[in-house]
Design a protein around this ligand. Structure first.
Ligand SMILES: Cc1cc2nc3c(=O)[nH]c(=O)nc-3n(C[C@H](O)[C@H](O)[C@H](O)COP(=O)(O)OP(=O)(O)OC[C@H]3O[C@@H](n4cnc5c(N)ncnc54)[C@H](O)[C@@H]3O)c2cc1C
Length: 484
């Protein structure tokens, strides 16, 4: 066994330092299963001091590393290969402190998003950003990805809910960014906001201070079924144009509805509808009553086929079950799922969806759509069989065209899932050499040797050989597709 592996084993013990090929299988990819590659080793630290000790050993040996939470990322962010060691933070799952009066909590990075809300529920509090993966994904992963979720239309992304973080830098030194009083102090650089969304390329967050929100007096969830996607999108535009700010505005298309209704996530959505729109309102009871009445008029104006409302927690949970389980339900459609993530200005949603359907048809791929309509954040999903090379190639080619379409419509290649390794090849759709150089300089401040999650986010940084194979594979696939 090489000396580094021996030292890591001595530090953490055999059960928390894994190297056998069988054990490493579970870490060979994240939710972006198109690209798989096995790391050299996986370590499972439990404290900040252990993370520091591990990073010092890796620094001395000049070995790259990749932080990992629950591995639900959809852009290949925590996938490692070659010589890289995965630092799995799932065992660091303690809620360290709850300051109910000051509305914040201090957590370890492996705390599961929903577990945090459950830990403060009895105090009438919750943690607002709620990715649909919230029952599994970690606060550390959320910070690194600046994750969103259905309720971010009103409440903002992770960035708006983190106040501070303790970071272990790639050489094992500590940095404290922000504080319980907030990340932005007069005369200080807001480095926490720079770290947020850095996708594990700046260091490892080992303690995170998050904002807690008071539960609203009331919540009302409304669902409307439409006979066209256009009608559903127009209803969203009407609601926003009227000045309403619902907590959530989510749309599922017909193929998604049918997959959900045939699965364990069945929510009672009408299977004949072309689209369903979920609208969630929260606030004082009186305000909700008035807003719900307004929303109903927009449903009627756009010819809703049917609508229903949940006023109690059980009915609300049922209506959300289909939306939150939508990606899981896609498992019924094929063996693999490529979840895309692009943004367009909300007013161009209809145009984008028509373009996406055309791209799907041209490439002969099975496309479904479920999306955060309020934010114009689309999630076109391609169900494919990853064992079939031709299908996989068509999937990748269609995905690239869809993201180009989003950019052409004035949007972006990611709303919340990040760049990771998946979109390395697409970054230049939005940024030129100079932009990328500036970003690389910022990254080098945190990670001068480029050993922290190498080969992710910025195309020009050196990737370890295994990770670098992915963009090469994309280029090859696109070349073959173009010649077809
Ligand atoms: C079914 C499903 C639904 C989803 N819905 C949403 C959604 O609604 N909104 C949304 O935004 N995303 C969504 N996602 C994507 C994903 O859940 C988020 O990106 C999430 O934040 C990843 O958290 P994780 O703990 O799984 O992190 P991982 O996947 O393990 O890692 C993600 C990135 O963070 C880095 N990282 C992890 N922990 C740390 C740390 N402590 N310090 C530094 N870097 C770290 C990793 O290196 C990696 O680059 C969904 C995914 C799935 C599978």
């Amino acid at each position: 066994m090489p000396r580094l592996d021996q030292e890591l084993t001595r530090l953490l013990g055999e059960r928390r330092m894994l190297t056998s090929p069988d054990a490493l299988l579970a870490w060979e990819c994240d939710g972006f299963t198109v690209h798989k590659s096995r790391p050299r080793a996986v370590v499972l630290p439990e404290t900040t001091a252990e993370v520091q000790a591990v990073l010092r050993l890796l620094h001395a040996a000049a070995v790259p590393f990749v932080p990992r939470g629950a591995g639900t990322c959809l852009s290949g962010g925590p996938t490692a290969g070659g010589d890289a060691v995965v630092i799995d933070l799932a065992r660091m799952r303690k809620v360290l402190h709850i300051a109910a009066d000051d509305l914040y909590a201090v957590v370890q990075p492996g705390v599961v998003n929903l577990d945090l809300t459950q830990a403060v529920h009895h105090l009438g509090l919750h943690y607002a950003p709620d990715p649909s993966s919230q029952s599994v994904c970690t606060i550390g992963g959320n910070l690194a990805e600046n994750s969103g979720g259905p309720h971010c239309f009103k409440y903002g992304m992770t960035q708006d809910h983190v106040l501070g973080a303790t970071i272990v830098l790639p050489d094992g030194e500590l940095a404290h960014l922000g504080s319980a009083a907030g990340p932005r102090h007069q005369g200080q650089l807001d480095l926490l906001s720079v770290f947020c969304g850095s996708e594990g390329t700046f260091g490892i967050a080992t303690e995170i201070i998050v904002r807690l929100c008071r539960d609203q007096q009331g919540v009302r969830t409304l669902l409307a079924a439409f006979d066209s996607m256009t009608a559903a999108c127009r209803t969203v535009s009407d609601i926003v144009a009227a000045g309403l700010v619902p907590a959530a505005l989510e749309i599922l298309d017909q193929a998604t509805i049918r997959a959900v209704e045939a699965s364990v996530y069945r929510a009672g959505y009408p299977a004949d509808a072309a689209a369903v729109l979920l609208v969630e309102l929260d606030g004082p009871h009186q305000v909700i009553e008035e807003e719900a009445a307004e929303v109903r008029t927009f449903f009627a104006r756009n010819g809703a086929l049917r609508s229903e409302e949940a006023t109690d927690p059980y009915e609300r949970k049922r209506l959300w079950k289909g939306r939150k389980g939508a990606f899981g339900a896609m498992g019924r459609l094929n063996t693999d799922l490529y979840v895309l993530d692009g943004v367009v200005p909300r007013t161009r949603l209809e145009e984008a969806l028509a373009g996406i359907a055309a791209i799907g048809e041209r490439h002969g791929v099975l496309l479904t759509n479920v999306f955060h309509a309020g934010d114009g954040n689309l999630h076109p999903n391609i169900s494919y069989d990853g064992r079939d090379a031709a299908q996989t190639a068509r999937t990748i080619a269609a995905g690239r065209e869809i993201l180009q379409l989003c950019v052409d419509l004035g949007g972006s290649i990611s709303g919340e899932h990040g760049i990771g390794s998946e979109k390395l090849d697409h970054v230049r759709m939005m940024y030129g050499d100079h932009d990328l150089e500036v970003m690389a300089k910022v990254r080098a401040v945190f990670d001068p040797a480029g050993r922290c999650n190498p080969g992710k986010v910025l195309p020009q940084r050196g990737a370890c050989a295994e990770v670098a194979k992915w963009p090469q594979m994309v280029a090859k696939v696109l070349d073959v597709e173009e010649r077809r």
